[in-house]
Write a new protein. Structure first.
Length: 368
């Protein structure tokens, strides 16, 4: 069964990072003895080579159609809609139609709107070939017949390859229009003063987005490869069990809010086939989390990398933006102080791995 993604998966992922607050002497960041955390998890693994890890970075030029698509999207924000009465409908217009389809004079199942009306944007290709084209040129209020042929590979074998007649009535129609793309429009609706200036700003925005994607993707790639290539010597059994139990308790509490039991909740809300299947998945996720955390801490120890309070604060701000949290108290429901410190540290370690990795282009990877 397909597993759910989205906010439910996000909550699960956040819960996997929950750790006990480590106490001890020494300098603290976010209320946590960072060195003690690093030493503890680093002891679980023996690092191999972690420099020179290859990752893909897309430096391809921004295509002109990407800029044009952005411009069209801006124009569509200010489109207007006109109700058609006497004009002939065209491709791009949205019509509401009723129809009755028949083959050899006999109506067939599924070929009738039963007077309920159906909306159709002409030219969208939503119906079989010839159907929409045959409506173009008619007017609202007209009733007429069209002749079409169902494709040979049509889903219903009873209809595939058959000639059909549809009795059509156009109930209503609307036409959307985009504003004219001028300097005045750009000046009124954007931060740019001219179309040329807006195109340059759009290009920069796309380049910035691509760079942000490349940076995020590169970090994921190097960490994933290092995790795959590193063996963990041992898993802390007590912590593994605690994290699993902690997640189960959190999900049990969520299930109780819906007045359902744990098994029902994980099969319906998370999409797993059984309670055992979900627990097996959860066990694997916890093990993967501990392994990755151990490797991150091992690199941090080897290279003397530490996170500062500013790093933690920046991570929290990004988390609030990305995950849709409205205040920091909400974050504390899912993250401990150590979790936030660890994730801030992981960002710095991942950046170190990228800085000391081997950048390749997608074409290089395809050639290998």
């Amino acid at each position: 069964m397909k597993k759910r993604t989205g906010r439910s998966a996000l909550v699960l992922g956040m819960a996997l990072g929950m750790s006990m607050l480590i106490t001890g002497c020494g300098g603290r960041v976010n209320g946590v003895n960072q060195q003690k955390m690093i030493d503890k998890y680093a002891s679980y693994v023996t690092l191999g080579d972690y420099k020179g890890i290859a990752y893909e970075w897309d430096d391809s030029a921004i295509p002109e159609d990407a800029i044009q698509s952005n411009i069209e999207s801006k124009l569509s924000e200010y489109k207007t809609s006109e109700t058609l009465t006497t004009q002939k409908v065209e491709n791009g217009d949205t019509v509401n139609i009723d129809y009755v389809g028949s083959i050899d004079g006999v109506p067939f199942e599924g070929g009738n709107t039963n007077g309920q009306g159906a909306d159709l944007t002409l030219g969208s290709g939503s119906y079989i070939p010839g159907f929409e084209d045959s409506i173009v040129g008619h007017k609202v209020g007209e009733s007429f017949d069209i002749n079409v042929t169902f494709p040979e590979d049509y889903g219903s074998t009873d209809l595939a390859g058959k000639d059909a007649v549809f009795a059509i009535t156009i109930n209503s129609a609307t036409r959307e229009s985009l504003p004219e793309l001028t300097d005045d429009f750009i000046a009124e609706h954007t931060d740019s003063k001219t179309l040329a200036e807006y195109k340059e700003a759009t290009k920069k925005e796309i380049i910035d987005r691509q760079k942000e994607y490349n940076e995020s993707s590169a970090k994921r790639q190097v960490v994933q490869k290092l995790v795959e290539e590193t063996e963990i010597g041992k898993y802390p059994e007590e912590e593994t069990k605690r994290l699993i139990d902690q997640n189960i308790k959190q999900i049990e509490d969520a299930a109780a809010q819906y007045n359902v039991d744990f098994a029902t909740y994980v099969t319906t809300y998370y999409g797993y086939s059984s309670e055992d299947a979900f627990k097996e998945y959860l066990s694997g996720m916890v093990s993967d989390f501990i392994k990755e955390k151990s490797i991150i801490c091992a690199v941090a120890k080897a290279e003397g990398i530490k996170a500062t309070q500013d790093d933690v604060d920046a991570y929290v701000e990004k988390l609030m933006s990305d995950a849709g949290f409205t205040d920091k108290d909400e974050i504390k429901k899912y993250y401990t102080d150590e979790d936030l410190l660890y994730y801030a540290l992981a960002e710095k370690v991942a950046q170190f791995l990228v800085d000391n990795g081997a950048k390749t282009s997608p074409t290089d990877a395809e050639a290998q």
